[in-house]
Write a protein that binds this ligand. Structure first.
Ligand SMILES: Nc1ncnc2c1ncn2[C@@H]1O[C@H](COP(=O)(O)OP(=O)(O)OP(=O)(O)O)[C@@H](O)[C@H]1O
Ligand SMILES: Nc1nc2c(c(=O)[nH]1)N=C(CO)CN2
Length: 173
């Protein structure tokens, strides 16, 4: 045994990768579902420093644009550190979605819970099964606004400061 271990030195685990997750819900008890999902993120193995933004209400965006007839969304963002690999984290998020009755039918259809990985450290991936950063994050004020509220210095890898991205969306209406 090394002298440091013999002296009771317990090494810190590696700190993990900073990850940003978007949460959205527009069916059912949206508040309750987001609260439960936040608790489930806090309970993930090898994961700590989970912070969750105050949810915002947003109009449903459908493939043809904003849809005032669809139920409004509650959206939030969580930041955390994890030592789970990206694919393992995505599988865990799909399990959480499934526990909340998520059904995948039409594209951008109404849903009880959606969990997307917005960024996993500075990892860039074009894999359709897990594209990083999330390819539509920079266009989504319902992602950028709660993220900025959690972290005023947030940066979307490859796209720049979240504050500037959000300002740009504001100018476009
Ligand atoms: N960064 C990512 N986060 C979550 N899922 C992703 C990501 N990149 C690719 N995917 C893949 O996208 C598939 C569809 O995900 P999902 O049903 O949540 O899409 P969506 O929420 O309807 O649309 P959008 O991707 O525009 O938010 C998932 O099965 C997953 O494999
Ligand atoms: N307001 C809002 N609209 C959406 C959302 C969402 O989370 N919030 N998610 C979508 C697909 O992920 C499609 N449209």
């Amino acid at each position: 045994m090394s002298r440091r271990l013999a002296q009771g030195f317990v090494p810190e685990p590696p700190p993990g990768t900073p990850v940003v997750i978007a949460l959205g819900a527009n069916l059912g008890d949206r508040d309750g579902t987001l609260d439960a999902a936040a608790a489930e993120l806090r309970a993930l193995p090898l994961t700590d420093r989970v912070r969750v933004a105050e949810p915002i209400s947003s109009i449903a965006i459908k493939p043809d644009g904003p849809d005032a007839a669809a139920p409004r969304y509650l959206n939030s963002v969580a930041t955390l550190r994890t030592r789970l690999a990206p694919s393992v984290l995505l599988a865990a998020l799909h399990e959480i979605e499934a526990r909340h009755g998520r059904v995948r039918a039409e594209r951008w259809g109404d849903r009880t819970l959606d969990l997307d990985i917005i960024a996993y450290g500075a990892v860039l991936s074009a894999d359709p099964a897990l594209t990083l950063p999330h390819p539509r994050a920079a266009e989504r004020s319902f992602v950028l606004a709660p993220w900025l509220a959690l972290d005023p210095d947030a940066e979307l890898p490859g796209a720049g400061p979240v504050r500037a991205l959000l300002d740009r969306l504001g100018e476009d209406g």
